[in-house]
Design a protein around this ligand. Structure first.
Ligand code: KMH
Ligand code: ZN
Length: 274
């Protein structure tokens, strides 16, 4: 089974002070996504920043970023609806109106570092229904064991109808599950049959848990959103080294890298007409 690699170039938290190679502006993001695509990434997980590099759900910036990516390569675009902790849910949910092929859906509220990540049940349900209506594939971000049950309840209630379900098991956010092999295995054992899943390993355990996810049959995510470092004390010079590393791990484990059309097919979504 091939591995679909997602590049997560930017995220909501880090700044260029933390890693000067962090892409924040549409052209910078598109350049990094293109390099990742050429290295094997088939999905781009996209966070937007305004001109001052603050997280934003501005639709013009989103449109411009999507266009800049699309003119470079046919990678599948997954807009983050997490956006950033200081952006209201109402602004965040409007991003799905741009009809990216995919968008994240964070099913529960939680503490997130020193902040609060607000995803109230009624709002989540409304966004899930809208994603269904617009044909935007949800990627369910699972930060704790109960988040999986919340997602499955939405499926059982007929709110989430897209098959196969697509999950990210997020490990290492302060406020969510710790980044440990035991937590990963517990979550993998509890996933529903026939779903698509990947590990999002935040911070120091990024390499080990990404490799474990691939070894266990999952997809992989790589990029500066999840770790700014290639190894202790060594900043990654952009997203490419992290993507290349995930590709190398997958190949070492004898799992070929999925093209963007193979990924689209596995997810049951249309290939971009570009
Ligand atoms: N950085 C992630 C753990 C999303 O993109 O929807 C949180 C996040 C959510 O950024
Ligand atoms: Zn994100």
């Amino acid at each position: 089974m091939s591995v679909s690699i997602t590049v997560a170039t930017t995220g909501p938290i880090a700044s260029k002070k933390d890693n000067p190679s962090l892409p924040t502006q549409p052209d910078e993001i598109a350049e990094e996504v293109h390099a990742a695509f050429l290295a094997g990434a088939s999905v781009a997980h996209v966070h937007l920043r305004d001109a001052q590099d603050r997280p934003t759900a501005d639709l013009n910036i989103a449109r411009e970023t999507m266009e800049r990516i699309a003119e470079r390569c046919p990678i599948l675009i997954q807009l983050s609806t997490g956006v950033g902790l200081d952006v209201s849910f109402e602004e965040r949910e409007r991003l799905v109106e741009l009809r990216p092929q995919m968008a994240t859906l964070n099913p529960c509220s939680m503490s997130f570092g020193a902040g609060e990540f607000r995803n109230p049940p009624a709002d989540v349900e409304r966004m899930a229904r809208r994603m269904n209506d617009l044909g935007v594939k949800p990627e369910l971000e699972i930060y704790d064991t109960g988040h999986l049950e919340a997602a499955l309840r939405l499926r059982d209630a007929g709110v989430l109808t897209s098959e196969p379900m697509q999950f990210s098991i997020v490990l290492g956010v302060r406020g969510g599950m710790a980044a440990t092999p035991a937590n990963l295995i517990t979550m993998v054992e509890r996933l529903p049959e026939d779903c698509v899943w990947q590990v999002i390993a935040i911070g120091r355990a990024n390499l080990e848990l990404t490799a474990m996810g691939i070894a266990l049959g999952g997809n992989a995510r790589a990029g500066l959103e999840d770790t700014l470092f290639l190894r202790k004390g060594e900043l990654s010079q952009g997203n490419l080294p992290l993507v290349q590393r995930a590709v190398d791990v997958a190949r070492a484990l004898d799992r070929p890298i999925a093209t963007h059309d193979e990924t689209a097919k596995a997810l049951g979504i249309g290939v971009p007409a570009r």
